[in-house]
Design a protein around this ligand. Structure first.
Ligand code: URA
Length: 434
């Protein structure tokens, strides 16, 4: 078998066999198939797609490209949640300690920023000292001791995805349903969680722009997970505007902590409570939907979730004093408002553009493995449906210098559309797949 033949076969729209997919995944995991061939193959998959059997074969090949963790010896029910990628999506930073404070064991393997979407690990690494690069041994030890662990892919867990993910980020091959589904599910399957809640984003700031595509992605991932013997549910949630107000690594950590203190943005808080409630239901830790919401709300309100957050961050080497002292987080040199160019109701926000502007400011990567600036980012000051007066602050930009500030300002203003008449904001949750 030759890599070039497999690339050509997919380029021409044919179906790859399981043997071909195994060969390709094993080849690039071992470094025998070079990055340029993997990139060409990813582009062929993006354009031609994959059927359900190919997607499952790709997922399992990537999951088996390294060690497969068996967490059953630690507990029969370890939970995990995963987002398909959005802008301002800091949900895991709130939901992981929230459900952990309610007794669920959280063993989560997360990703870094990808294209316009942010990554939980990049956000957490804005906290001084936080280690997202745990070894498998450390992952298990922390899960046993603290009941919560969030780590990046270790070299030995789903290494194929680590390589492919970094390449996709810089070759415009992210928004392909089979690549997203297999990337998310191979990590989930390899990391051993028994219960998985998928948060599939839909809208202008998501990889899936239409509800039909988001449902297809969710159903594909749920089927793969169930086929691998896991209990899986999915929430399809809106990404037609940033979640909450903050976009940018350190800024999002602050907003997540504020939410854990019960002072978070309404949409983001409700979203976290929905995701937490679905996890509690999947784990049989609540009687019904109402009970699950009540439990989650109580853990936020009485400070249990916040306390767990501090303990978790400290356990992974982070400076937990950030909980009460945001000045310990990196802060941008330039922090300036952008005034609304006109009066009116905010009608649309091109959220992908907001994410890309965050990357341009330095908060994401334009090249594989590049360093990022944790302190830069954007605060949207109003959400869709809000009325703004001309000249009042529409956004606040956190930039490292005036040149990037000016470029970001132009780009962000172009991402907004206004209307003379009042309009309904988009729904927060589009659908829940039980
Ligand atoms: N999250 C992942 O882990 N992989 C993707 O491809 C997209 C989002």
């Amino acid at each position: 078998m030759r890599a070039v033949e497999i690339i050509a076969k997919k380029r021409d729209g044919h179906t790859l066999t399981r043997e071909e997919i195994d060969f390709f995944v094993q080849g690039f995991t071992r470094g025998e198939i070079p990055d340029y061939q993997v990139s060409a193959w990813a582009m062929a998959v993006l354009i031609r797609g994959m059927n359900a059997d190919e997607t499952t074969a790709l997922t399992l090949a990537m999951a088996h490209s390294g060690h497969m963790l068996d967490l059953t010896a630690i507990a029969p029910r370890v939970v995990d949640k995963h987002s398909s990628g959005g802008v301002g999506d800091k949900t895991s930073i709130v939901v992981a300690p929230l459900v952990s404070s309610l007794g669920l064991l959280v063993g989560k393997m997360s990703g870094r920023g990808l294209g316009f979407s942010g990554g939980t690990l990049d956000k957490l690494e804005a906290i001084p000292g936080f280690r997202a690069d745990l070894t498998t041994h450390e992952f298990i030890a922390q899960l046993k001791e603290h009941g919560i662990v969030v780590s990046g892919q270790t070299h030995d867990l789903a290494p194929a995805d680590g390589k492919l993910y970094a390449l996709r980020d810089v070759t415009a091959t992210v928004p392909a349903l089979p690549l997203i589904a297999s990337s998310i599910m191979c990590k989930k399957i390899a990391a051993g969680a028994h219960i998985i809640l998928l948060d599939v984003k839909v809208g202008s700031g998501a990889f899936m722009k239409t509800e039909a595509d988001a449902i297809a992605l969710a159903e594909t991932m749920v089927a793969i997970g169930r086929g691998a013997g896991r209990r899986v549910g999915a929430v399809i949630s809106d990404m037609n505007q940033p979640l909450g107000f903050a976009v940018g690594n350190a800024l999002e950590v602050i907003e997540a902590i504020e939410t854990l203190k019960g002072r978070g943005p309404r949409d983001f808080t409700e979203h976290c409570l929905t995701v937490a409630a679905q996890l509690l239901l999947l784990a049989d830790a609540a009687r019904d939907e109402t009970d699950a919401h009540k439990l989650a709300r109580a853990a936020l309100a009485d400070g249990r979730a916040l306390k767990k957050f501090g303990a978790w961050i400290a356990a992974q080497g982070g400076d937990a004093r950030v909980v009460n002292d945001y000045s310990l987080l990196p802060r941008a040199a330039i922090v300036e408002d952008v005034p609304a160019p006109r009066a009116g109701y905010i009608a649309k926000i091109n959220t992908e553009e907001i994410g890309l502007t965050g990357v341009m400011l330095g908060g994401g990567r334009e090249k594989k493995g590049a360093p990022i600036d944790y302190e830069v980012g954007i605060l949207v000051r109003h959400k869709i449906g809000a009325h703004v007066r001309r000249g009042e602050p529409l956004l606040t930009i956190h930039a490292k210098d005036h040149t990037t500030f000016a470029a970001a300002e132009d780009r962000l203003l172009a991402a907004y559309e206004f209307s003379e008449t009042a309009l309904e904001p988009p729904p927060l949750i589009h659908r829940i797949i039980k």
